[in-house]
Design a protein. Structure first.
Lengths: 113, 111
């Protein structure tokens, strides 16, 4: 089955700097890649997703890139703010409907003011 | 509209007791998932319901775990003869056309 690896497990950046979180997946049939943000004690919430027919997607300070050949995708957060501090999870699915998501292990991002 | 809700928010039980956790999905969502999240860990898939199809139980860790979804809406996750290693946050999610929406979770503590 699918295996999703996520790095780093923890990331500390200074406010205003950029943060990059990387994920690799094993199943070349995967074609849907969402990212979830989970603040402390809260539920995971979708922040951005990308499908395999595009290589990059942006939403304000957040962007996701996808390299299907290398089977990896990354989350980029620019101009980080303290409220970006959370655990971020990547996931992969073999169908565009996101029926079955395989999650990465998570990255704890800490943005220092 | 209302999001996914779960109850109870916290459950403390003694080892060996049975527990039932409830999930109310977003109205009209045909897909429902249960995940387990141990402290500081990722999301472990447990079970998936899609409409009237047989559920995908491939993630259930043992036969002590079971789940039902009645009437295509509310779901109950049952853990029999709880063990200390069952302590975790149990998250439910529902999905319609792409995005999975998570509930707030039930924090289960087995003493």
């Amino acid at each position: 089955g699918e295996n999703v690896e996520q790095h780093p497990s923890t990331l500390s950046v200074q406010e205003g700097d950029s943060a990059v979180i990387k994920c690799t997946y094993s199943d070349s049939a995967s074609n849907y890649f969402p990212w979830y943000k989970q603040e402390l004690g809260k539920r995971p919430q979708l922040i951005i997703d990308i499908r395999s027919n595009v290589g990059e997607k942006k939403d304000q300070r957040i962007a996701v890139t996808l390299n299907k050949t290398a089977k990896h995708f990354s989350l980029h957060i620019t101009e980080t703010q303290p409220e970006d501090s959370a655990v971020y999870f990547c996931a992969a699915s073999k169908d565009n409907a996101g029926n079955m998501l395989t999650f990465g292990g998570g990255t704890r991002l800490m943005v220092k003011p | 509209g209302a999001g996914v809700s779960q109850s109870p928010s916290n459950k403390v039980t003694e080892k060996g007791k049975d527990v039932e956790l409830r999930c109310d999905p977003i109205s009209g969502h045909t897909a429902l998932y249960w995940y387990r999240q141990s402290l500081g860990q990722g999301l472990e898939f447990l079970i998936y319901f899609q409409g009237n199809s047989a559920p995908d139980k491939s993630g259930l860790p043992s036969d002590r775990f079971s789940a039902e979804r009645t009437g295509g809406s509310v779901s109950t996750l049952t853990i029999q003869r709880t063990q200390q290693e069952d302590s975790a946050v149990y998250l439910c999610a529902s999905r319609q056309e792409g995005t999975q929406y998570f509930g707030p979770g039930t924090r289960l503590t087995v003493l």
